[in-house]
Design a protein around this ligand. Structure first.
Ligand SMILES: O=C(O)CCC(=O)C(=O)O
Length: 282
């Protein structure tokens, strides 16, 4: 795995690595103090959140209104192993969450400032993203001991334009290693076809359709990175992440952009209110 910095902007070597591999690892993009300050903001959000008796568990959320209507809100999703048989949280909220999403970049001033800082704009311009619009942002937790794996997927299955244009920006707020569930990626896999379609049928019903039966011939490579690293992920790159079996937390942030000049079909799972149009990096 090649590692770069943004010291000289996006160089030809970086562009070539992104085109070849389907991802770009940029170390030291977020300084340690800023990682701590972003984590502190996450803790504030958690402190201000009143968990219901039966919170929404990530992965069991199909047709759940709380999930379906989270595209223009800030909502909280739980780890499967953090609720008991009756669906009640079995531990403190701060160690029970799987995700917070999906409009932090527009609704929370701290995350708005972070995701619209110069580094993201420089990367988007340097990688020639056309009219990038900020569509989705998340805090992704891998809680010590119970952090669930994320299966192999392409982001273009979940945030669809025609043709695919989604780009992911994934930021490690804590060291990510094989032990605590780092990203895993198929080198060069973005040159393959879109494998799955995920979206709405009949309005509120979510469905996955297989578009291409081909499996992954190649083994994924682990992207073990220190806190403060940003990984840009091509929307067609198959990637996953492992479970967290360690006692070390692994927090990350993600941002997904799409090309604002392309149609965004109504049957995408993620919807936004008409009075919250997608904005760029500005
Ligand atoms: O952070 C993770 O564990 C997985 C993130 C991911 O796959 C994504 O954002 O598409």
């Amino acid at each position: 795995m090649e590692r770069f910095t943004l010291t000289d902007g996006v160089t030809d070597t970086m562009r070539a690595a992104y085109d070849r591999d389907g991802f770009l690892v940029v170390e030291g993009l977020v300084l340690p103090d800023e990682c701590r300050s972003l984590s502190a903001r996450i803790d504030d959000l958690i402190a201000g959140y009143q968990a219901p008796d039966n919170p929404t568990v990530f992965g069991a959320h199909a047709a759940d209104r709380y999930f379906l209507e989270s595209g223009d809100d800030i909502r909280f999703f739980f780890e499967p192993d953090a609720v008991d048989k009756s669906g009640r949280p079995n531990r403190a909220i701060g160690t029970a969450l799987n995700k917070i999403g999906h409009a932090l970049h527009d609704l929370d001033p701290r995350f708005n400032a972070f995701f619209r800082s110069a580094a993201f704009r420089i990367l988007a311009e340097g990688l020639d993203l056309n009219d990038p619009r900020l569509l989705q942002s998340m805090v992704i937790f891998k809680q010590p001991g119970i952090g669930a794996p994320v299966g192999m997927h392409q982001d273009a299955s979940f945030l669809r334009t025609d043709p695919p244009s989604v780009t992911g920006f994934w930021i490690a707020l804590e060291d990510a290693t094989l032990d605590n569930g780092c990203l895993l990626a198929i080198l060069g896999g973005h040159r393959g076809p879109l494998r799955k379609w995920f979206g709405r049928v009949d309005g509120d019903v979510l469905e996955t359709r297989v578009l291409d039966e081909g499996g992954e011939a190649a083994r994924p490579v682990p992207l073990e990175v220190p806190a403060g690293t940003l990984v840009v992920l091509h929307g067609l790159l198959p990637h996953a992440s492992g479970p967290n079996r360690s006692q070390r937390s692994r927090r990350a942030l993600t941002l997904h952009t799409i090309d604002g000049t392309l149609p965004y079909p109504e049957d995408n799972w993620l919807r936004r209110r008409a009075d919250m149009p997608l904005r760029g990096f500005e």
